[in-house]
Design a binder for this molecule. Structure first.
Ligand code: GLC
Length: 654
């Protein structure tokens, strides 16, 4: 849209840009800036227009975008153009991710590089390296308390090594995902240190208060993230003699985005990592970016505007780079991180599908898919050019963020149902083989989340200990079943390192005083590479899981119906144990895949004639794409063995 005010401002800004910036070849930069400027100006003005220094801040913003553009290397600029031309590239089914801690996976960055063949052998081609920036030597919330946003923690390597790794990954066509922890810094970050020393400029980077008046007002409506270990949302800083907002741990200071300087610094940091070779930037804790008295200070409209602004600016400098929203919030809120009131994503192109993850676990515990069906039905379709990150486990706890109305609709009481789930996964429930632990129990609200490794949560640990072969088989099948759900749902599946070989809970964190209080470390393992070798030995648990996943990944990649174009139809089957949906190939008619999953420990059946009558599927000879076999049928009943999934096609040659 042409708009005079913003365009004359843009002209002024371009005149004022430093000569050394102007001298460079900025052709692409200028076109993109021109195309995005009205949006950038409007958002920036909405957020910061009331300030006297608005124009200087706007100039500074453009300068940051321009300088980072001049630093972007030609390889990355070429990729930007390629991705602009093929702008839906990431919706393709070929992408499969894995999240890992550099040190836990392979010691350091060099170690990760030397294990790229392992990742490739599995078929993974997107790697999320968990935070590895400079952070305090002691407690650092697993790297999420950053003390220097522009360097790698020396315990895992150097910036040079990261750039090297990124280059190697590009050569191998593996995408690199890096974190930018946008909501807070460590209290050891230089900004926090300067704030402590009394520099007003840096105190304004955070929420700092002389007394408890304002903090108390905030506390009335703000929930607690870590109620057991870091109750409340403010911490008293002795040196500063002031209260500072610390929503997460007491050593993580929340950044104040009502200050444009903070926005500009963080944008600069995002672009800095884009220039080191990140294809995707994971924006941490985005729901928390705006704080408002009288609210939960989560999912505020301004948090969305900030993300839109970050996206618009980043599209000018590094348009090939995608954003992942890490917003583990209520189902109806998560979906907004693609961009509110938009047709195509205009905030983050990718968002963690925390709803689906939690629902899958609910189905494991109840052995039925009632809530899973109900909740997925209630979810609105996401925007175009947006995709889910579907996962079973990650480095965090499992939050039971379902919609209470959905729980009630399927006949459970929300409070007791959540209680049952926590009891089930922490092994407090009689028949449960799960070995998780409660995390973040809040005595005031009765809430709790769950920690634990995938394999231990589905009973593999208990089964191996008791040498119960049948139970081992069941756990392996459940691990494969859960993964089949994230591979076929629509979106990018994100595996969690160690799960591909059935890694169990790791309780060594209890010996480390900086970790002992945080049981999420029980599922942040150090990979035992001799165990990984067992994947080569037929019949081992490692081989069965690894090879199962490898095959699933290969089938996913060659199944266009698994690309993500809102091309999923949920099928409400009469059998409550089954989760059933159809994926259709968006590029070819009548090329459908019927996905059927049985969460029960007994075989279950699906009435095929019902489906055919509804015109969903033409049932010829059904063939399971995963096993290559035809499933058992009895008359019009499709038989689904316990904890099994099918990816069925009715096409003879695929
Ligand atoms: C995100 C991270 C989590 C961390 C929190 C605070 O939710 O995934 O591990 O504790 O942010 O940074």
């Amino acid at each position: 849209m042409y708009e005079q005010v913003s365009h004359s401002l843009l002209n002024d800004i371009l005149d004022e840009l430093k000569p050394d910036i102007r001298k460079r070849d900025l052709r692409h930069f200028y076109t993109r800036l021109g195309a995005n400027f009205y949006a950038i100006y409007s958002l920036f003005h909405h957020l910061y227009g009331q300030r006297d220094d608005f124009k200087q801040q706007m100039l500074r913003l453009v300068e940051v975008m321009a300088v980072q553009y001049t630093k972007r290397n030609t390889d990355l600029k070429r990729l930007d153009v390629e991705r602009e031309n093929d702008h839906e590239w990431f919706l393709n089914q070929q992408w499969v991710g894995m999240a890992l801690y550099t040190d836990g996976f392979a010691g350091n960055l060099k170690g990760v590089q030397s294990h790229l063949p392992y990742i490739q052998e599995l078929g993974v081609n997107m790697m999320h390296l968990m935070p590895m920036l400079e952070c305090p030597a002691g407690a650092s919330d697993g790297g999420y308390a950053v003390s220097n946003f522009r360097d790698i923690d020396e315990r895992v390597g150097t910036l040079e090594e990261l750039r090297d790794l990124a280059k190697d990954m590009r050569r191998r066509n593996i995408l690199l995902t890096l974190d930018v922890v946008v909501n807070h810094t460590s209290d050891e970050h230089a900004w926090a240190q300067k704030a402590r020393e009394g520099e007003k400029k840096f105190q304004d980077y955070y929420y700092v208060f002389d007394n408890r008046d304002i903090p108390d007002m905030f506390e009335e409506t703000m929930p607690e993230v870590f109620p057991e270990t870091s109750p409340g949302n403010f911490t008293f800083d002795e040196t500063m003699n002031k209260w500072v907002m610390t929503v997460f741990n007491s050593y993580q200071w929340d950044l104040n985005y009502s200050n444009p300087a903070v926005f500009i610094e963080m944008l600069d940091i995002i672009l800095f990592w884009a220039n080191q070779g990140a294809d995707i930037v994971r924006l941490d804790a985005v729901a928390f970016l705006w704080k408002k008295i009288g609210t939960t200070s989560q999912n505020e409209r301004e948090a969305h505007l900030i993300l839109q602004l970050m996206k618009d600016c980043s599209q000018v400098t590094a348009p090939g780079v995608l954003f992942i929203a890490e917003a583990i919030v209520a189902p109806v809120e998560i979906i907004k991180y693609f961009g509110e009131d938009a047709v195509i994503a205009k905030e983050c192109e990718i968002a963690y599908n925390a709803t689906y993850m939690a629902l899958l676990w609910e189905a494991v515990a109840t052995k039925n898919a009632k809530l899973l069906n109900q909740s997925i039905l209630s979810l609105p379709n996401k925007l175009d050019r947006a995709t889910w990150l579907n996962y079973v486990r990650c480095h965090d706890d499992i939050g039971l963020g379902f919609d209470d109305a959905d729980i009630a609709k399927v006949g459970y009481d929300p409070y007791s149902h959540r209680r049952f789930l926590v009891d089930y996964f922490t092994g407090a429930y009689d028949t449960s083989p799960a070995r998780g632990q409660p995390f973040g129990r809040n005595e005031k609200t009765g809430d709790a989340r769950i920690s634990g490794a995938l394999a231990s949560l589905v009973g593999l640990e208990a089964a191996l200990e008791s040498n119960d072969h049948e139970a081992v088989d069941q756990s392996v099948n459940q691990i494969l079943l859960l993964h089949s759900m994230i591979m076929s749902f629509g979106g990018i599946p994100l595996l969690y390192y160690g799960d591909e070989i059935g890694t169990l809970n790791d309780c060594t964190f209890l010996q480390d005083e900086n970790k002992a209080h945080d049981n999420r470390w029980m599922h942040r393992p150090k990979i035992d590479w001799s165990k990984a070798e067992l994947r080569q030995q037929h019949g081992t648990v490692e081989q069965r899981i690894y090879d199962g996943l490898k095959k699933m990944i290969a089938v996913r990649k060659s199944t266009p119906a698994f690309a993500d174009y809102n091309n999923r139809t949920l099928i409400e089957s009469e059998n409550p144990h089954l989760f059933v949906f159809i994926r259709n190939n968006p590029f070819m008619q009548n090329d459908n895949v019927l996905v059927v999953a049985n969460f029960d420990s007994f075989p279950q059946s699906l009435t095929l004639s019902d489906l055919a009558n509804r015109g969903h599927f033409a049932f010829g000879q059904l063939r399971d794409l995963y096993s290559g076999e035809s499933p058992q049928q009895f008359n019009d009943q499709l038989v689904v063995p316990a904890y099994r999934f099918y990816w069925l096609t009715d096409r003879t040659a695929y």
